[in-house]
Design a protein around this ligand. Structure first.
Ligand SMILES: [Mg+2]
Length: 178
């Protein structure tokens, strides 16, 4: 059934996790997910970390060992994305302009995945969750590793609050329902 694109649907995470590697291959496979669109900044690593660490490399290895494909889809610039992806060798897009659809759809096309078997992982509701829901895939959200503390970012977090609350309310009585 096609979900209605209400603001509440568009911005509410489908599942929330403490950190990216809590989104395990087992969880993904049990939800029929075979491909991921993954944000970089504050999801996998803070802005000032230019290269993936062992934890990140292990995560992608664990995904690929069970046949789950992954693409990096970042709104950051190509220098950031290319350097970060140098040793990972994933399908990767810079300047993605999330929450718009174009790059997300292109990344899915490159992975050969469909809306039925793809999910997005990110830290921001207004780009990552909204982008995922714009194309009709689930949004798995982690809290930002390190927030930029300027006024614009604090304002965005404030906007996100009711939707985080809504998610928690929906799921507090049913932890199995992730
Ligand atoms: Mg981010």
């Amino acid at each position: 059934m096609k979900k209605r694109k209400t603001l509440s649907y568009l911005l509410t995470p489908d599942a929330m996790f403490e950190k990216f590697d809590d989104i395990t291959p087992e969880f993904l496979l049990s939800h029929g997910i075979k491909a991921l669109l993954i944000d970089i900044d504050n999801t996998l690593a803070p802005y000032e970390q230019p290269l993936p660490d062992e934890r990140i490399k292990n995560y992608f290895a664990s995904l690929s060992s069970v046949g789950i494909k992954a693409a990096l889809v970042s709104n950051n610039n190509s220098e950031r994305v290319e350097l970060f992806n140098r040793d990972l060798g994933l399908i990767a897009f810079a300047d993605s302009k999330k929450p718009t659809k174009k790059t997300l759809l292109l990344a899915m096309e490159k992975m050969g995945s469909t809306v039925e078997n793809t999910a997005a992982i990110g830290d921001q509701l207004l780009t990552d969750a909204l982008g995922a829901h714009n194309i009709g895939i689930p949004a798995y959200i982690v809290p930002p590793i390190k927030d930029k503390r300027n006024l614009f970012f604090r304002f965005k977090r404030l906007l996100e609050k009711p939707y985080i609350k809504k998610y928690k309310k929906l799921h507090e009585n049913n932890q199995e329902d992730k």
